[in-house]
Design a protein around this ligand. Structure first.
Ligand code: NAP
Length: 241
């Protein structure tokens, strides 16, 4: 098993891509701390992880709330002793023309997708630095690599996240900590359904497609790293193409 004896804290693990990552990791021997705001969904993920024979912890936390995030990290460390892998996956999207975008929608997008990653990383880092190892995997988007009409706030948050990821990859390597991003294209989840209700999603990816890439990053040897993985729909065009 690729992650035998490891522990992972995964945000947004109640459904969609985060739940897919939690289950893929658990199937490879990883214990899971699953966080999100909806208790019923987090508990369902935890039950599924336990059915894989792994330890699992349910954490109710809003990643944009500093107090919640500190409590989330503390609870995970108390339960598991250490965190090998942090997956910053929780995300928010509201797609509309910039002229119609409210200040609240702008702030919420940046607060969850960018500041949330800042807060979660800050909360987990001291324990990783102390151990001299760790992997931080940020779930970004192809919207972090190219402009997309009606996605101004989302594109800004994901471009920012890709920048943060690269700086942290340089700053944290001295502590043995790898920092990576995954940039998915369209994945059929609730976020996508709500942000793009009219798009045909018959050829969109599933959370398992992204979980596969995440498992690759989480199981890299300490000698190797991969900065960024783009996982796009087979029918889409390459970035920059
Ligand atoms: N679906 C796509 O096409 C696509 C493409 C590229 C990138 N992504 C990225 O993939 C990530 C996961 O999205 P998804 O598509 O899997 O969406 P999803 O199915 O709607 O799941 C989002 C998860 O994040 C949690 N979440 C949202 N806001 C949160 C907050 N403030 N604090 C804590 N948890 C929060 C949700 O739970 P609660 O609401 O209960 O908190 C849920 O568990 C996001 O970062 C998204 O930007 C998605």
């Amino acid at each position: 098993m690729l992650l035998q004896g490891k522990t992972a804290l995964i945000t947004g693990a109640g459904r969609g891509i985060g739940r897919g990552i939690a289950l893929a990791f658990a199937e490879q021997g990883c214990d899971i701390a699953a966080a999100a705001r909806s208790a019923d969904e987090v508990n369902a993920t935890v039950d599924a992880v336990k059915r894989c024979g792994r330890r699992a912890l349910a954490l109710i936390a809003d990643v944009s709330n500093e107090h919640d995030v500190r409590a989330m990290a503390d609870e995970t460390l108390n339960a598991f002793g250490h965190i090998d892998i942090l997956v910053n996956n929780a995300g928010y999207a509201s797609f509309k023309p910039f002229t119609e975008l409210s200040v609240d929608e702008w702030r919420k997008t940046i607060d969850v997708n960018l500041s949330g990653v800042f807060l979660c990383t800050k909360a987990v880092l001291p324990s990783m630095i102390k151990r001299g190892s760790g992997r931080i995997i940020n779930i970004s988007s192809v919207a972090g690599l190219k402009p997309l009409i009606d996605q101004s706030a989302y594109c800004a948050s994901k471009h920012g996240l890709n920048g943060l990821t690269k700086v942290l990859a340089m700053e944290l390597r001295q502590y043995g900590i790898g920092v990576h991003s995954i940039c998915p294209g369209g994945v059929d989840t609730r976020l996508a359904q709500e942000a793009m209700p009219d798009r045909d999603k018959s050829d969109w990816m599933t959370p398992e497609d992204i979980a596969h890439a995440c498992l690759y990053l989480a199981s890299l040897s300490p000698r190797a790293t991969t900065d960024e993985i783009v996982v796009r729909r087979f029918s889409s065009v390459p970035i920059g193409g």
